[in-house]
Write a protein that binds this ligand. Sequence first.
Ligand SMILES: [Zn+2]
Length: 377
Amino acid sequence: MTRTTGYVWHERYAWHDTGTHAGIYRAGGYVQPYRNFESPETKARFASLVEVSGLIESLTRIAPEEVSETDLLRVHTAEHIANIKALSEKDGGDGGDGFTPFGPGGYDIARLAAGGTYVAARAVMQGDVDNAYALVRPPGHHAEPEMGRGYCLFANVPVAIERLRAEGLVTRVAIVDYDVHHGNGAQKIYWEDPNTLTISIHQDRLFPVDSGMLNERGAGDGFGTNINVPLPAGSGDGAYLSVIDRVVASALRTFKPDLIVVSSGFDPSAVDPLGRMSVTSEGFRGMAERLLGLADEVCEGRIVFSHEGGYSPVHTPYCGLAVLETLTGIRTEVTDPFNVSFDDSPTRELTAWQTDLISESAELAEALGLIITDSGR
Ligand SMILES: [Zn+2]
């Protein structure tokens, strides 16, 4: 079955300037200048493969628009917004944690990123397209209300959701985050919100090291609607697909969102420099297939993907293309050259120690059913 898929990409996203870092660290002294891991390459090369593969011809391009300060204020503090804006108007600076550099004009590019996620989600909610992928940069899932963090200036997904809510286009939303790092931003923003289900699948205590644990479940009316799946390092396709089947599926069926937003990070990739997981492009394809099926089941297929991390410039494009092929239902003639390296790898199989953790997370997803029934939400 082919579907109409919205696609957002803007060359300006590649102009977000993260400086000459040695991966993460500032150059100087014995640290030779190099690129930041969060460089334009991963996303720009993904966009290139979308064109060269010919898939672009089957996508519905959607032009991003900058979100306004009012849109940002629904999620972020006025101080944080003013700080980014002021630095952006000079030489650039840091988003707040010392690891989130940006250059002149970064404020506008970050608003264009949040706006890219917004227009993609709006197109899905209005029925202009069946589903959508917003290939945006900078990413957003670490940004917190009062600060930028982990390469993220503003919380793209929550800013988009809150504008849709203000416009009366959506009520209940589920965020599924498979970036290898914890989705701390959405967890914090929606900690007490019973209308937003946040599920983060990540490498245990990778970043931030002090969040993303099983016992972080939300509070007040939002208790139960935050689910963390902190997988052990080394987890591959088998573990991730099992999480979708046993944790995400159960929670989505119970929660019944109007829209599913996927924080799509490709840093669980087996060759990512920042993650220690083992997911292949076929693993990402399998997750996308399952998520699409769940969207069909619970919310008439309404699903939008918003790009987050993924730091292998050579592998990310194949992982991203596999997801886009799934969204459209069109298979291009591209094959992922990395797959032969992993075909017989034991890291693709689900293991007992991964199953133990997934079972604990699955209990949280099952508990959500009781919580919702008891509270009448
Ligand atoms: Zn990440």
